[in-house]
Design a protein around this ligand. Structure first.
Ligand code: AMP
Ligand code: TRP
Length: 334
């Protein structure tokens, strides 16, 4: 029996992913690739909606792919590729844009947030049509599930609306994808500002644990993480966001339950707890970092793996695109 399909991706927007990406996305992807026929992309076309230095964008793209692999996404098991290597993405996005209402696109809250942040001068049309390109990513692969953070839920809903519209206008073409929204317990907050999500684009580096940070740097950041004055290692997200966040990280990386960690540190101070967590983080990311750096040491080999995966992706994507082109009435090249 063929396995159901899964699609997800991340933008190559930093040199290193942060551990929120790891805990909130990569760890789940790694497990899901066993049950699903999975497609994971580095969405470099999406990254063009923000200002980029070209050489840096190339480097970030490789680095993001290397970190997927280092975190356990296996390119022999899953299809792990760079979005721009498969031309069908941009082509399907164009066709889908012609069935997307302007008002419909204008309701996307991420566009409203980002365009307000960038200002009119820095807001381009690509940022506006970004969700349509994301719909193309998903629909090209006849995807069943799309694991994403809740900020992407509205985009997956738009994807479903577009699939339904296309199917009802032109006949069954796209499979209907389901969003799988990341659980709250998988959300990681900034160590210095524990009510804000840890993010690649945080203003300050001090509260972000980078996957490729030197372990000593990560340990130092953990020792300096914001806590509270109670001195008790106890989960209470409302009143103790800092300690609760550290507990969530601890639990996610060890597979332990939070109460068992609370018990272990009962009657001990935050210093001990942070030392314990620093050890957990260093043990987890030491090997991941080493593997990523090793992959980046041989970019030709990495590029070869990505090319082979892009070929596999294109086979699926091109079939969907050909069907779409025929259905909407584009004349086939003779
Ligand atoms: P981003 O590149 O920041 O948009 O993140 C890509 C994916 O990583 C998101 O869709 C989330 O699933 C996950 N992610 C990012 N930041 C966090 C975080 N602080 N906590 C948990 N998951 C996160
Ligand atoms: N927009 C997503 C984000 O910023 C990334 C993305 C692009 C994506 N295409 C996708 C996620 C398709 C899931 C499926 O996080």
């Amino acid at each position: 029996m063929t396995r159901p399909r899964l699609y997800s991706g991340m933008q190559p927007s930093a040199d290193s992913l942060q551990i929120g990406n790891y805990i909130g996305a990569l760890l789940q992807w790694r497990d899901l690739q066993e049950e699903y026929q999975a497609f994971f992309s580095v969405v470099d076309l999406h990254a063009l909606t923000q200002p980029n230095d070209p050489a840096e964008l190339r480097e970030k793209t490789r680095r993001t792919a290397a970190q997927y692999i280092a975190a356990g996404i296996e390119p022999s098991k899953s299809t792990l590729y760079v979005q721009s290597h498969v031309r069908a993405h941009a082509e399907l996005a164009w066709v889908l844009s012609t069935i997307t209402g302007f008002g419909e696109a204008n309701r996307m809250t991420q566009f409203k947030d980002k365009s307000a942040r960038y200002g009119a001068d820095q807001t381009n049309v690509g940022l506006f049509t970004y969700p349509v390109l994301m719909a193309a990513d998903i629909l090209l692969y006849q995807t069943d599930i799309v694991p994403v953070g809740d900020d992407q839920k509205q985009h997956v809903e738009l994807t479903r609306d577009l699939a339904e519209r296309f199917n009802s206008r032109y006949g069954q073409t796209f499979r209907m994808p389901m969003p799988v929204i990341q659980q709250d317990t998988a959300r990681i907050y900034d160590l210095q500002n524990p009510t804000a999500k840890m993010s690649k684009s945080a203003e300050s580096d001090a509260g972000v644990l980078w996957m490729l940070d030197d372990p000593a740097v990560s340990a130092k950041k953990i020792m300096r993480a914001v806590t509270d004055s109670e001195g008790v290692v106890r989960y209470d997200k409302e009143n103790k966001p800092g300690v609760s966040n550290l507990l969530v990280i601890y639990a996610a990386l060890t597979g332990r339950q939070i109460p068992s960690i609370e018990d272990e540190y009962a009657g001990r101070g935050y210093g001990d707890f942070k030392k314990g967590l620093a050890e957990v983080v260093v043990n987890e990311f030491g090997p991941v970092r080493a593997r990523a750096l090793e992959l980046l040491d041989d970019p030709a080999e990495l590029d070869r793996v990505l090319a082979a995966n892009a070929d596999r992706a294109a086979e699926v994507a091109d079939a969907t695109l050909a069907d779409v082109y025929a259905k909407v009435g584009l004349l086939r090249r003779g």
